[in-house]
Design a protein around this ligand. Structure first.
Ligand code: NAD
Length: 411
Protein backbone atom coordinates (compact mmCIF):
# COMPACT_ATOMS: atom_id res chain seq x y z
CA UNK A 1 0.00 0.00 0.00
CA UNK A 2 1.55 3.30 -1.08
CA UNK A 3 1.36 6.48 0.95
CA UNK A 4 1.61 9.08 -1.77
CA UNK A 5 -1.48 10.98 -0.70
CA UNK A 6 -0.57 10.97 3.00
CA UNK A 7 2.92 12.21 2.14
CA UNK A 8 1.55 14.86 -0.20
CA UNK A 9 -0.52 16.28 2.66
CA UNK A 10 2.36 16.52 5.16
CA UNK A 11 3.23 19.98 3.92
CA UNK A 12 -0.21 21.41 4.75
CA UNK A 13 0.21 21.36 8.54
CA UNK A 14 3.74 22.67 8.23
CA UNK A 15 2.42 25.65 6.24
CA UNK A 16 -0.07 26.39 9.03
CA UNK A 17 2.70 26.56 11.58
CA UNK A 18 4.77 28.88 9.38
CA UNK A 19 2.04 31.28 8.32
CA UNK A 20 -0.37 31.23 11.21
CA UNK A 21 -3.25 30.08 9.00
CA UNK A 22 -5.87 28.44 11.19
CA UNK A 23 -5.55 24.61 11.20
CA UNK A 24 -9.30 24.12 11.03
CA UNK A 25 -9.55 26.21 7.89
CA UNK A 26 -7.24 23.76 6.22
CA UNK A 27 -9.09 20.58 7.22
CA UNK A 28 -11.15 21.03 4.08
CA UNK A 29 -7.99 20.70 1.99
CA UNK A 30 -7.08 17.34 3.47
CA UNK A 31 -9.86 15.35 1.82
CA UNK A 32 -11.12 15.29 -1.75
CA UNK A 33 -14.65 16.57 -2.17
CA UNK A 34 -15.61 13.57 -4.29
CA UNK A 35 -14.12 10.22 -5.32
CA UNK A 36 -15.71 8.32 -8.21
CA UNK A 37 -14.69 4.76 -9.02
CA UNK A 38 -16.13 2.93 -12.02
CA UNK A 39 -15.57 -0.53 -13.56
CA UNK A 40 -15.30 -0.22 -17.32
CA UNK A 41 -16.26 -3.21 -19.49
CA UNK A 42 -14.30 -3.16 -22.76
CA UNK A 43 -14.53 -5.50 -25.73
CA UNK A 44 -11.07 -6.76 -26.74
CA UNK A 45 -10.09 -7.36 -30.38
CA UNK A 46 -10.24 -11.15 -29.82
CA UNK A 47 -13.89 -10.92 -28.76
CA UNK A 48 -13.26 -11.32 -25.03
CA UNK A 49 -14.50 -8.84 -22.43
CA UNK A 50 -12.16 -7.17 -19.95
CA UNK A 51 -13.04 -5.04 -16.97
CA UNK A 52 -10.80 -2.06 -16.17
CA UNK A 53 -10.84 -0.15 -12.89
CA UNK A 54 -11.06 3.62 -13.34
CA UNK A 55 -11.06 6.66 -11.07
CA UNK A 56 -11.80 10.35 -11.01
CA UNK A 57 -10.94 12.32 -7.90
CA UNK A 58 -12.57 15.76 -7.70
CA UNK A 59 -10.41 17.32 -5.07
CA UNK A 60 -11.57 20.87 -4.63
CA UNK A 61 -13.57 23.36 -6.71
CA UNK A 62 -13.62 26.40 -4.46
CA UNK A 63 -11.66 28.42 -7.07
CA UNK A 64 -13.34 27.02 -10.21
CA UNK A 65 -14.20 23.77 -12.02
CA UNK A 66 -12.08 20.70 -11.23
CA UNK A 67 -9.16 20.40 -13.64
CA UNK A 68 -6.58 17.68 -14.06
CA UNK A 69 -5.14 14.99 -16.27
CA UNK A 70 -6.19 11.46 -17.07
CA UNK A 71 -3.50 8.79 -16.59
CA UNK A 72 -3.43 5.31 -18.18
CA UNK A 73 -0.88 3.23 -16.27
CA UNK A 74 -0.67 -0.22 -14.64
CA UNK A 75 0.39 1.35 -11.30
CA UNK A 76 -2.53 3.77 -11.07
CA UNK A 77 -4.36 3.45 -7.75
CA UNK A 78 -6.72 5.60 -5.73
CA UNK A 79 -3.94 6.75 -3.43
CA UNK A 80 -1.91 8.07 -6.37
CA UNK A 81 -4.91 9.74 -8.04
CA UNK A 82 -5.79 11.54 -4.79
CA UNK A 83 -2.24 12.86 -4.47
CA UNK A 84 -2.24 14.03 -8.09
CA UNK A 85 -5.65 15.71 -7.65
CA UNK A 86 -4.44 17.52 -4.52
CA UNK A 87 -1.36 18.79 -6.39
CA UNK A 88 -3.59 20.08 -9.22
CA UNK A 89 -5.61 22.10 -6.67
CA UNK A 90 -2.41 23.71 -5.42
CA UNK A 91 -0.96 24.20 -8.92
CA UNK A 92 -3.98 26.07 -10.32
CA UNK A 93 -3.86 28.42 -7.34
CA UNK A 94 -0.07 28.99 -7.59
CA UNK A 95 -0.29 30.13 -11.21
CA UNK A 96 -3.58 31.92 -10.66
CA UNK A 97 -5.93 30.21 -13.06
CA UNK A 98 -9.61 29.93 -12.08
CA UNK A 99 -9.75 26.17 -11.69
CA UNK A 100 -9.86 23.73 -8.84
CA UNK A 101 -8.07 20.39 -8.88
CA UNK A 102 -8.93 16.90 -10.03
CA UNK A 103 -7.32 13.86 -11.58
CA UNK A 104 -8.35 10.62 -13.24
CA UNK A 105 -6.78 7.31 -14.05
CA UNK A 106 -7.31 3.83 -15.39
CA UNK A 107 -5.32 0.78 -14.26
CA UNK A 108 -4.09 -0.40 -17.64
CA UNK A 109 -0.93 -1.22 -19.55
CA UNK A 110 -1.63 0.51 -22.86
CA UNK A 111 1.45 -1.16 -24.39
CA UNK A 112 -0.55 -4.40 -24.35
CA UNK A 113 -3.61 -2.89 -26.10
CA UNK A 114 -4.27 -2.12 -29.78
CA UNK A 115 -5.30 1.39 -30.83
CA UNK A 116 -8.89 0.18 -31.27
CA UNK A 117 -8.90 -1.22 -27.74
CA UNK A 118 -7.49 2.05 -26.34
CA UNK A 119 -10.24 3.93 -28.19
CA UNK A 120 -12.97 1.67 -26.75
CA UNK A 121 -11.45 2.00 -23.27
CA UNK A 122 -11.38 5.82 -23.54
CA UNK A 123 -14.99 5.94 -24.73
CA UNK A 124 -15.99 3.60 -21.88
CA UNK A 125 -14.31 5.99 -19.42
CA UNK A 126 -16.28 8.93 -20.79
CA UNK A 127 -19.57 7.00 -20.58
CA UNK A 128 -18.73 5.90 -17.04
CA UNK A 129 -17.99 9.42 -15.82
CA UNK A 130 -20.18 11.56 -18.13
CA UNK A 131 -22.52 12.67 -15.35
CA UNK A 132 -19.62 14.08 -13.35
CA UNK A 133 -17.61 15.95 -15.99
CA UNK A 134 -18.19 18.87 -18.34
CA UNK A 135 -16.87 22.37 -19.17
CA UNK A 136 -18.25 23.95 -15.99
CA UNK A 137 -17.75 20.93 -13.75
CA UNK A 138 -14.56 18.98 -14.37
CA UNK A 139 -12.23 19.17 -17.38
CA UNK A 140 -9.68 16.34 -17.93
CA UNK A 141 -6.45 16.60 -19.98
CA UNK A 142 -3.53 14.34 -21.04
CA UNK A 143 -1.14 12.80 -18.53
CA UNK A 144 1.11 9.72 -18.54
CA UNK A 145 0.31 7.45 -21.53
CA UNK A 146 -2.61 9.58 -22.71
CA UNK A 147 -2.28 11.90 -25.69
CA UNK A 148 -4.17 14.28 -28.04
CA UNK A 149 -5.79 11.37 -29.94
CA UNK A 150 -7.20 10.02 -26.68
CA UNK A 151 -8.48 13.52 -25.83
CA UNK A 152 -10.14 13.63 -29.29
CA UNK A 153 -12.01 10.35 -28.61
CA UNK A 154 -12.94 11.75 -25.22
CA UNK A 155 -14.41 14.92 -26.72
CA UNK A 156 -16.21 12.97 -29.44
CA UNK A 157 -17.84 10.52 -27.02
CA UNK A 158 -18.87 13.25 -24.59
CA UNK A 159 -20.35 15.31 -27.45
CA UNK A 160 -22.34 12.27 -28.66
CA UNK A 161 -23.73 11.72 -25.16
CA UNK A 162 -24.80 15.37 -24.84
CA UNK A 163 -26.08 15.61 -28.42
CA UNK A 164 -23.94 18.59 -29.43
CA UNK A 165 -20.29 19.52 -29.90
CA UNK A 166 -18.68 20.31 -26.56
CA UNK A 167 -14.95 20.82 -27.14
CA UNK A 168 -14.45 22.53 -23.75
CA UNK A 169 -15.13 19.23 -21.93
CA UNK A 170 -11.47 18.23 -22.24
CA UNK A 171 -8.16 19.93 -23.11
CA UNK A 172 -5.02 18.78 -24.90
CA UNK A 173 -7.06 17.99 -28.04
CA UNK A 174 -5.60 18.10 -31.55
CA UNK A 175 -5.85 21.64 -32.98
CA UNK A 176 -8.18 20.46 -35.78
CA UNK A 177 -10.98 19.88 -33.26
CA UNK A 178 -10.46 22.81 -30.91
CA UNK A 179 -7.08 22.16 -29.31
CA UNK A 180 -4.89 25.17 -28.61
CA UNK A 181 -1.77 25.91 -30.55
CA UNK A 182 1.18 25.36 -28.22
CA UNK A 183 -0.64 22.96 -25.84
CA UNK A 184 1.39 19.98 -27.08
CA UNK A 185 4.62 21.37 -25.65
CA UNK A 186 3.19 23.79 -23.08
CA UNK A 187 4.32 21.88 -19.98
CA UNK A 188 7.91 21.80 -21.20
CA UNK A 189 7.77 25.35 -22.57
CA UNK A 190 6.54 26.66 -19.20
CA UNK A 191 9.28 24.69 -17.42
CA UNK A 192 11.83 26.10 -19.81
CA UNK A 193 10.72 29.71 -19.18
CA UNK A 194 11.13 29.09 -15.47
CA UNK A 195 14.48 27.39 -15.95
CA UNK A 196 15.94 30.35 -17.89
CA UNK A 197 14.48 32.79 -15.39
CA UNK A 198 16.05 30.90 -12.53
CA UNK A 199 19.47 30.92 -14.19
CA UNK A 200 19.24 34.70 -14.56
CA UNK A 201 18.23 35.05 -10.89
CA UNK A 202 21.10 32.96 -9.57
CA UNK A 203 23.53 34.21 -12.22
CA UNK A 204 24.69 30.93 -13.73
CA UNK A 205 26.00 31.00 -17.29
CA UNK A 206 24.78 28.68 -20.02
CA UNK A 207 28.24 27.23 -20.64
CA UNK A 208 28.39 26.03 -17.02
CA UNK A 209 25.21 24.01 -17.33
CA UNK A 210 24.80 20.30 -18.01
CA UNK A 211 21.32 18.78 -17.99
CA UNK A 212 19.88 15.33 -17.32
CA UNK A 213 16.27 14.57 -18.29
CA UNK A 214 14.55 11.49 -16.87
CA UNK A 215 11.55 10.44 -18.98
CA UNK A 216 11.36 11.01 -22.72
CA UNK A 217 7.63 11.35 -23.32
CA UNK A 218 5.65 14.48 -24.00
CA UNK A 219 7.20 16.46 -21.18
CA UNK A 220 10.80 15.18 -21.02
CA UNK A 221 11.34 14.98 -24.77
CA UNK A 222 10.07 18.49 -25.40
CA UNK A 223 12.07 19.97 -22.55
CA UNK A 224 15.23 18.29 -23.86
CA UNK A 225 14.39 19.57 -27.35
CA UNK A 226 13.91 23.16 -26.17
CA UNK A 227 17.12 23.06 -24.13
CA UNK A 228 19.08 21.57 -27.04
CA UNK A 229 17.66 24.13 -29.49
CA UNK A 230 18.77 26.89 -27.12
CA UNK A 231 22.31 25.39 -27.08
CA UNK A 232 22.27 23.95 -23.58
CA UNK A 233 24.25 20.76 -23.09
CA UNK A 234 21.91 17.84 -22.42
CA UNK A 235 24.15 14.96 -21.31
CA UNK A 236 21.67 12.21 -20.44
CA UNK A 237 18.06 11.22 -21.15
CA UNK A 238 16.00 8.13 -20.36
CA UNK A 239 12.70 6.34 -20.77
CA UNK A 240 11.10 3.30 -19.12
CA UNK A 241 13.68 0.98 -20.73
CA UNK A 242 16.75 2.85 -19.45
CA UNK A 243 18.99 5.84 -20.10
CA UNK A 244 21.87 7.06 -22.24
CA UNK A 245 24.76 9.32 -21.27
CA UNK A 246 27.52 11.26 -22.97
CA UNK A 247 29.26 13.88 -20.82
CA UNK A 248 30.04 15.93 -23.93
CA UNK A 249 26.37 16.30 -24.78
CA UNK A 250 23.72 14.46 -26.81
CA UNK A 251 22.16 15.32 -30.15
CA UNK A 252 18.51 15.43 -29.04
CA UNK A 253 17.05 15.68 -32.54
CA UNK A 254 18.83 12.45 -33.53
CA UNK A 255 17.68 10.74 -30.33
CA UNK A 256 14.07 11.65 -31.14
CA UNK A 257 14.44 9.91 -34.52
CA UNK A 258 16.16 6.94 -32.86
CA UNK A 259 13.29 6.62 -30.36
CA UNK A 260 10.73 6.80 -33.20
CA UNK A 261 12.52 3.91 -34.94
CA UNK A 262 13.33 1.68 -31.96
CA UNK A 263 10.73 2.71 -29.36
CA UNK A 264 13.45 3.63 -26.86
CA UNK A 265 16.35 6.02 -26.33
CA UNK A 266 18.71 3.19 -25.31
CA UNK A 267 21.41 1.77 -27.63
CA UNK A 268 22.05 5.15 -29.23
CA UNK A 269 25.39 5.65 -31.05
CA UNK A 270 27.87 7.88 -29.27
CA UNK A 271 26.40 7.39 -25.83
CA UNK A 272 26.60 4.72 -23.19
CA UNK A 273 23.57 2.99 -21.73
CA UNK A 274 22.92 3.62 -18.05
CA UNK A 275 20.13 2.68 -15.67
CA UNK A 276 17.48 5.16 -14.60
CA UNK A 277 18.87 4.96 -11.05
CA UNK A 278 22.42 5.89 -12.12
CA UNK A 279 21.11 8.62 -14.39
CA UNK A 280 19.67 10.48 -11.40
CA UNK A 281 23.03 10.37 -9.65
CA UNK A 282 25.15 11.81 -12.49
CA UNK A 283 27.54 14.69 -11.69
CA UNK A 284 25.58 17.44 -13.48
CA UNK A 285 24.21 20.85 -12.63
CA UNK A 286 20.55 20.37 -13.59
CA UNK A 287 18.25 17.39 -13.14
CA UNK A 288 14.82 17.36 -14.78
CA UNK A 289 12.69 14.42 -13.56
CA UNK A 290 9.93 14.05 -16.19
CA UNK A 291 8.51 10.57 -15.60
CA UNK A 292 6.82 9.29 -12.45
CA UNK A 293 6.48 10.07 -8.73
CA UNK A 294 8.88 9.27 -5.92
CA UNK A 295 12.07 8.71 -7.94
CA UNK A 296 14.14 10.71 -5.43
CA UNK A 297 13.56 9.48 -1.89
CA UNK A 298 15.45 8.90 1.36
CA UNK A 299 17.40 6.02 -0.24
CA UNK A 300 19.05 7.94 -3.07
CA UNK A 301 18.81 11.59 -2.04
CA UNK A 302 22.36 11.69 -0.66
CA UNK A 303 23.68 10.48 -4.01
CA UNK A 304 22.08 13.32 -5.98
CA UNK A 305 24.77 15.69 -7.27
CA UNK A 306 22.75 18.22 -9.26
CA UNK A 307 22.49 21.70 -7.75
CA UNK A 308 19.21 22.52 -9.52
CA UNK A 309 16.19 20.24 -9.93
CA UNK A 310 13.26 21.22 -12.13
CA UNK A 311 10.31 18.96 -11.28
CA UNK A 312 8.51 18.50 -14.57
CA UNK A 313 7.01 15.23 -13.35
CA UNK A 314 4.40 15.41 -10.62
CA UNK A 315 5.75 14.43 -7.21
CA UNK A 316 9.18 13.07 -8.24
CA UNK A 317 10.74 13.94 -4.83
CA UNK A 318 9.38 12.65 -1.52
CA UNK A 319 8.99 15.09 1.35
CA UNK A 320 11.92 13.63 3.33
CA UNK A 321 14.18 13.92 0.29
CA UNK A 322 12.92 17.44 -0.38
CA UNK A 323 13.96 18.59 3.10
CA UNK A 324 17.38 17.01 2.70
CA UNK A 325 17.92 18.73 -0.64
CA UNK A 326 17.02 22.11 0.90
CA UNK A 327 19.62 21.53 3.63
CA UNK A 328 22.18 20.73 0.90
CA UNK A 329 21.30 24.06 -0.82
CA UNK A 330 19.94 22.30 -3.88
CA UNK A 331 17.40 24.55 -5.62
CA UNK A 332 14.25 22.57 -6.36
CA UNK A 333 11.62 24.19 -8.56
CA UNK A 334 8.51 22.29 -7.41
CA UNK A 335 6.10 20.51 -9.74
CA UNK A 336 3.21 22.81 -8.79
CA UNK A 337 5.13 25.63 -10.47
CA UNK A 338 7.60 23.98 -12.86
CA UNK A 339 5.08 21.90 -14.83
CA UNK A 340 2.17 24.33 -14.63
CA UNK A 341 2.63 25.43 -18.26
CA UNK A 342 0.41 22.51 -19.31
CA UNK A 343 -2.56 23.52 -17.22
CA UNK A 344 -2.07 27.19 -18.06
CA UNK A 345 -2.38 26.50 -21.80
CA UNK A 346 -5.20 24.04 -21.06
CA UNK A 347 -6.94 27.02 -19.48
CA UNK A 348 -6.33 29.03 -22.68
CA UNK A 349 -7.70 26.12 -24.71
CA UNK A 350 -10.84 26.00 -22.59
CA UNK A 351 -11.28 29.79 -22.95
CA UNK A 352 -10.88 29.54 -26.74
CA UNK A 353 -13.44 26.71 -26.90
CA UNK A 354 -15.98 28.64 -24.85
CA UNK A 355 -15.50 31.79 -26.94
CA UNK A 356 -15.20 29.98 -30.31
CA UNK A 357 -12.29 32.31 -30.94
CA UNK A 358 -8.82 30.91 -31.54
CA UNK A 359 -5.45 32.45 -30.67
CA UNK A 360 -2.26 32.43 -32.74
CA UNK A 361 0.86 30.80 -31.31
CA UNK A 362 2.44 34.15 -30.37
CA UNK A 363 -0.48 35.06 -28.18
CA UNK A 364 -0.34 31.65 -26.50
CA UNK A 365 3.38 31.81 -25.83
CA UNK A 366 3.46 35.45 -24.70
CA UNK A 367 0.54 34.85 -22.34
CA UNK A 368 2.13 31.66 -20.98
CA UNK A 369 5.48 33.35 -20.46
CA UNK A 370 3.92 36.28 -18.63
CA UNK A 371 1.68 34.12 -16.46
CA UNK A 372 4.30 31.57 -15.43
CA UNK A 373 7.02 34.19 -14.91
CA UNK A 374 4.69 36.22 -12.66
CA UNK A 375 4.04 33.08 -10.63
CA UNK A 376 7.77 32.38 -10.45
CA UNK A 377 8.57 35.88 -9.14
CA UNK A 378 5.82 35.69 -6.51
CA UNK A 379 7.08 32.30 -5.35
CA UNK A 380 10.65 33.60 -5.25
CA UNK A 381 9.60 36.65 -3.15
CA UNK A 382 7.67 34.41 -0.76
CA UNK A 383 10.68 32.12 -0.40
CA UNK A 384 12.79 35.13 0.62
CA UNK A 385 10.13 36.44 3.00
CA UNK A 386 9.75 33.18 4.94
CA UNK A 387 13.25 31.77 4.34
CA UNK A 388 11.83 28.51 3.00
CA UNK A 389 12.36 26.47 -0.15
CA UNK A 390 10.46 27.17 -3.35
CA UNK A 391 8.01 24.32 -2.67
CA UNK A 392 6.96 25.79 0.67
CA UNK A 393 6.73 29.22 -0.90
CA UNK A 394 4.46 27.95 -3.69
CA UNK A 395 2.21 26.16 -1.19
CA UNK A 396 1.98 29.26 1.01
CA UNK A 397 0.76 31.29 -1.97
CA UNK A 398 -1.72 28.62 -3.05
CA UNK A 399 -3.10 27.87 0.39
CA UNK A 400 -3.55 31.56 1.23
CA UNK A 401 -5.55 31.99 -1.99
CA UNK A 402 -7.71 28.94 -1.33
CA UNK A 403 -8.36 29.96 2.30
CA UNK A 404 -9.28 33.49 1.17
CA UNK A 405 -11.88 31.99 -1.21
CA UNK A 406 -13.22 29.79 1.55
CA UNK A 407 -13.67 32.73 3.87
CA UNK A 408 -15.35 34.90 1.26
CA UNK A 409 -17.67 32.18 -0.01
CA UNK A 410 -18.38 30.63 3.36
CA UNK A 411 -18.39 26.89 3.93
P1 NAD B 1 4.29 10.41 -21.28
O1 NAD B 1 3.47 9.19 -21.18
O2 NAD B 1 4.21 11.20 -22.54
O3 NAD B 1 5.81 10.07 -20.99
C1 NAD B 1 6.24 9.38 -19.86
C2 NAD B 1 7.71 9.05 -20.06
O4 NAD B 1 8.22 8.47 -18.87
C3 NAD B 1 7.96 8.02 -21.17
O5 NAD B 1 9.12 8.39 -21.89
C4 NAD B 1 8.22 6.74 -20.41
O6 NAD B 1 9.03 5.83 -21.12
C5 NAD B 1 8.94 7.29 -19.21
N1 NAD B 1 8.91 6.38 -18.07
C6 NAD B 1 7.91 5.60 -17.62
N2 NAD B 1 8.31 4.89 -16.55
C7 NAD B 1 9.59 5.26 -16.32
C8 NAD B 1 10.56 4.90 -15.36
N3 NAD B 1 10.27 4.01 -14.41
N4 NAD B 1 11.78 5.48 -15.43
C9 NAD B 1 12.07 6.40 -16.38
N5 NAD B 1 11.20 6.78 -17.32
C10 NAD B 1 9.98 6.22 -17.28
O7 NAD B 1 3.87 11.30 -20.01
P2 NAD B 1 4.07 12.87 -19.84
O8 NAD B 1 2.80 13.52 -20.25
O9 NAD B 1 5.36 13.27 -20.44
O10 NAD B 1 4.13 12.97 -18.25
C11 NAD B 1 5.35 12.81 -17.54
C12 NAD B 1 5.22 13.46 -16.17
O11 NAD B 1 4.86 14.84 -16.33
C13 NAD B 1 4.15 12.86 -15.27
O12 NAD B 1 4.55 12.93 -13.93
C14 NAD B 1 2.95 13.78 -15.49
O13 NAD B 1 2.04 13.73 -14.41
C15 NAD B 1 3.69 15.10 -15.58
N6 NAD B 1 2.93 16.16 -16.23
C16 NAD B 1 2.49 16.03 -17.51
C17 NAD B 1 1.80 17.08 -18.11
C18 NAD B 1 1.37 17.03 -19.53
O14 NAD B 1 0.93 18.08 -20.05
N7 NAD B 1 1.48 15.93 -20.23
C19 NAD B 1 1.54 18.25 -17.37
C20 NAD B 1 2.02 18.35 -16.06
C21 NAD B 1 2.72 17.30 -15.51
Amino acid sequence: MSNKFKNALLIVDRICKLTGINFSELEILKKPQRIIEVSLPVLMDDGSLKIFQAYRVQYNNIRGPYKGGLRFHPQVDLDEVQALAFWMTIKCAVVDIPFGGGKGGIIVDTKKLSQNEIERLTRAYVRGFADFIGPDIDIPAPDVYTNPQIMAWFMDEYSHIKGKNIPACVTGKPVEIGGSLGRDIATSQGGFYIFTNLLTKIKIKKQDISIVVQGFGNVGLNFAKLAYAASYKVVAVSDSQGGIYNHEGLDIEKIILHKQKTNSVINFDNAKNITNEKLLELPVSVLVPSALEGVIDEHNVNKIKASIIIELANGPITSIASDKLFKKNVIVVPDVLANAGGVIVSYYEWLQNLQHFYWDINKVNISLQEQINNAFYKVWQTKEKYNVDLRFAAYIIAIEKIVACLKIRGI
